[in-house]
Write a protein of this length. Structure first.
Ligand SMILES: [Mg+2]
Length: 233
């Protein structure tokens, strides 16, 4: 029997890649360029937040006007991408989490498994982070933090764009949202998908388990276990 096609929607930070503080640095440099202030992200805990939400916090925490939010966010996005690209290229600190590259290469051998991104990152920044490590080509479609502020809306968009892109009406029980924070689990469940939490980011397995994902993994080193899970689980 041929299994129904599956869709895997991956988060970026903490799940596929780590950027060793360079995202925060790029944001601070972009804010400095626009508003001439420094240390603007102080106190913001970014895990699981979308970049629109983070930018809104930056404005609020620094008493900056949120008038013409879209215009300000566009400017911030473009500048942050410029800074991020330069910082990523200048540093050997960012990397892929353990097992990621081999897992993606394995998954690409399965014609019934399809990949997408569902991330709070500004689209350009997500592509920069993946391209830095040569894995951007695995993800031709996605939903991003530049599209929507709310993570459920981002994941819903990732799902709908994937349906269009692949031309497949993926069953929700064959749609998996994979991320490193409780918010990936909660918002994945909100779109009716199944969820896998991976403890490579800021949250330990015990913490992730409390949010009852369909599975919690220490990392992506067990490739055959992961593939069994998403194909048969
Ligand atoms: Mg993450």
């Amino acid at each position: 029997m041929v299994a129904a096609p599956g869709l895997l929607i991956f988060d970026v930070d903490g799940t596929l890649t780590f950027s060793a503080g360079l995202t925060r640095l790029a944001f601070e440099l972009a804010v400095r360029d626009i508003y001439s202030i420094t240390d603007s992200t102080r106190g913001i805990v970014p895990f699981g937040l979308t970049d629109r939400a983070i930018f809104r916090m930056i404005l609020k925490n620094n008493n900056l006007s949120n008038g013409d939010f879209e215009g300000q966010f566009d400017r911030f996005s473009g500048l942050s991408a410029r800074h991020l690209e330069r910082e990523l290229n200048a540093s050997d600190k960012p990397g892929l989490h353990t097992g990621v590259r081999a897992l993606l290469e394995s998954l690409s051998n399965y014609s019934d498994i399809h990949l997408a991104l569902g991330t709070g990152n500004i689209e350009q920044n997500a592509h920069l982070k993946l391209a830095r490590h040569g894995i951007d080509h695995f993800f031709p479609v996605g939903g991003f933090g530049s599209d929507e502020e709310d993570r459920t809306a981002i994941l819903d968009l990732a799902y709908r764009r994937s349906v269009d892109y692949y031309g497949i009406e993926f069953e929700k029980r064959r749609t998996w949202v994979i991320g490193d924070t409780p918010l990936d689990v909660i918002n994945g469940r909100n779109i009716g998908a199944r969820t896998i939490a991976v403890a490579t980011g800021a949250f330990a397995e015990q913490e992730l388990l409390k949010h009852e994902p369909d599975a919690v993994l220490p990392d992506f080193n067990d490739r055959s276990g992961f593939i069994r899970l998403v194909k048969d689980g």
